[in-house]
Design a protein around this ligand. Structure first.
Ligand SMILES: [Zn+2]
Ligand SMILES: [Zn+2]
Ligand SMILES: [Zn+2]
Length: 369
């Protein structure tokens, strides 16, 4: 049950980055009877003799692409995916028949074994380890783009827990390199560029400026009554030196959080080690907040960044790379699939407030910095 401030929100919110996307925030729906069954629990074991990703079983994984560090016991391994969604086995390129048009499913699918410990959560990893994990993302994304001009987009993502579709209990991330820029990223690139052409400003920078400074009161034009008091700082969940975690105004998922650079940056491959160290800190603290509020959080996490190539060079001025963290608390229904409108039953303001209120170990007060 949400606090009283959250009572009665029922509105369709337009996504500020991609205005063709919207979300139905309907908090009354939170009162309906919940399904009795809980999602399958996450595997918290440390080491599993039967797990191909656990230490000692390295020979059981598909061929290794890289390991970090290069010598001594490994902290992170990158291997090929045993069941790739795309690969380089030749198909028929550009097949067209009537209305049927297909692009060859060419690409790469790799697995990053995030940590030697089987069931460890991101917030339990050392910040230095997380920084190394993000350096592994940066390394492979850069290498894949540089090594093959046919690859148009390299998507890094992580499914954590069975509720988020993880088929392996051992903590891992995945990299899928595609011959197309997928719709979600293409839409963000397109609409943020359109905003830039119209206003001369980067929409992400504008959003962050608002998140950090803006405060406004909305009045009803006829009665003069205050209908809503907006303090946009209320969306800030966590703040570092260089990165910020915010609850999107039009969050699709109850506990969805986005993490993005405070200074304008669109190319993740160009992120410095210092950037990744701060990103690691903000991610660890954000995940610890989610764990404290949600408990046993299972989520999808993915990285969106500007791809290389001349087509997207102009977007350098209008885009920010970012991580989207989408904890899975409900299963999309026919309404959501049929309408494209996600239903969120907890108002993003109330969710951000609860995440912000968590006092993390070692902190003496709840507020993010
Ligand atoms: Zn394992
Ligand atoms: Zn910007
Ligand atoms: Zn995105």
């Amino acid at each position: 049950m949400e606090e009283s401030a959250d009572r009665g929100v029922r509105e369709i919110r337009i996504d500020p980055i991609v205005p063709t996307d919207s979300v139905l925030v309907s908090t009354a729906r939170n009162m309906r009877p919940r399904r009795a069954e809980e999602p399958a629990p996450r595997d918290r074991r440390d080491h599993l003799a039967a797990c191909a990703f656990c230490t000692g079983n390295e020979a059981q994984t598909p061929p290794e692409i890289a390991r970090l560090p290069a010598t001594g016991p490994w902290a992170i391994r990158i291997v090929r995916n045993l069941y790739p969604v795309v690969d380089d086995a030749g198909g028929v390129a550009g097949l067209t028949f009537g209305l049927q048009h297909a692009i060859d499913g060419y690409g790469r699918h790799e697995v990053i074994i995030d940590h030697p410990h089987h069931g460890i959560c991101l917030h339990e990893m050392a910040e230095s380890h997380l920084a190394t994990l993000f350096a592994a993302y940066r390394l492979r994304v850069g290498q894949l783009y540089a090594g093959d001009a046919r690859l148009r987009y390299v998507l890094v993502f992580k499914n954590f827990g069975p509720a988020a579709g993880a088929s392996m209990g051992h903590t891992h991330s995945q990299i899928v390199a595609l011959p197309v820029v997928p719709k979600n990223v293409a839409d963000e690139l397109h609409h943020s560029r359109a905003y830039y052409e119209k206003s001369g400003h980067c929409v992400f920078c504008t959003l962050l400026d608002e998140a950090l400074t803006f405060e406004a009161t909305l009045y009803d034009r006829r009665s003069g009554e205050v209908v809503r008091h907006i303090h946009v700082g209320q969306y800030v969940v966590e703040r570092g030196e260089r990165f910020i975690a915010i609850k999107p105004f039009a969050s699709r998922y109850e506990w969805e959080v986005h993490i993005l650079p405070l200074d304008h940056a669109s190319d993740f491959v160009a992120a410095s080690d210092g950037d990744l160290a701060d990103l690691a800190r903000v991610v660890r603290r954000t995940m610890a907040r989610l764990e404290a509020v949600v408990g046993g959080v299972q989520y999808n996490l993915f990285l969106h960044a500007r791809p290389p190539g001349p087509r997207y060079t102009p977007h350098a001025a209008s885009y920010h790379y970012h991580l989207e963290i989408c904890p899975r608390s409900t299963i999309p229904s026919g309404f959501e699939l049929g309408s494209g409108l996600f239903i969120n039953t907890i108002s993003p303001e109330a969710a951000a407030k609860r995440l912000r209120a968590v006092v993390l170990e070692g902190d003496d007060e709840p507020h993010p910095r």
